[in-house]
Design a protein around this ligand. Structure first.
Ligand SMILES: CC(C)(COP(=O)(O)OP(=O)(O)OC[C@H]1O[C@@H](n2cnc3c(N)ncnc32)[C@H](O)[C@@H]1OP(=O)(O)O)[C@@H](O)C(=O)NCCC(=O)NCCS
Length: 149
């Protein structure tokens, strides 16, 4: 049993604590950065960006255990991103968050959504596939060069 609500100012401490509890791998998958400030900076953005819409999820007797955000800045496609706390991943919460945000996007008149996943992010890629996302060429190429002596 999970409870989904729109983000309010009162959620700020719980949301920050949840991001802190997530593993570095989950935070990197969500914020696409391993910088320690990436999570706190992003949480701060959610509270000041008028174009973002965030849904938080709580379990029975738990604080916030996940959240999903839509960025509706008028450009197409709108961006959608999710983070579920490690201990609660794989229980269908990501899917439910996705469905709630897709419905919100539709009612806001959005016609296209975009999500970004790191290669190897099986759950996110399964979500992509089952929701019928079409892969796009991001236009970037990433490589690693060893400069060890
Ligand atoms: C990606 C993420 C949001 C998915 O949420 P979740 O609650 O863990 O995932 P769900 O339980 O809803 O499952 C999503 C899909 O993965 C599948 N899945 C779940 N557990 C799995 C596992 N152990 N192995 C393989 N597939 C699995 C589900 O069947 C589901 O597929 P479906 O949509 O075809 O039914 C979550 O794992 C997460 O926060 N990861 C770290 C941050 C991140 O990667 N964010 C995405 C980039 S913005």
């Amino acid at each position: 049993m999970f409870l989904f609500t729109d983000l309010t100012e009162a959620d700020r401490p719980e949301l920050s604590a949840m991001v802190e509890r997530c593993s570095p791998a989950s935070r990197q998958a969500r914020f696409l950065s391993c910088a320690p400030q990436a999570g706190p900076d992003h949480v701060a953005t959610l509270f000041r960006d008028p174009d973002s819409h965030t849904v938080v999820v709580r379990g029975l007797g738990t604080g916030i255990i996940g959240f999903g955000s839509l960025f509706l800045d008028g450009t197409a496609p709108a961006e959608l991103a999710l983070l579920v706390e490690d201990a609660y991943q794989g229980q269908g919460i990501g899917r439910l968050l996705f469905d709630a945000l897709r419905d919100h996007a539709r009612s806001a008149g959005v016609t296209e959504l975009e999500m970004t996943a790191l290669t190897g992010n099986t759950r996110m890629i399964k979500l992509f596939r089952s929701a019928r996302f079409r892969p796009t060429d991001s236009g970037t190429v990433t490589g690693v060069l060893s400069v060890a002596a």
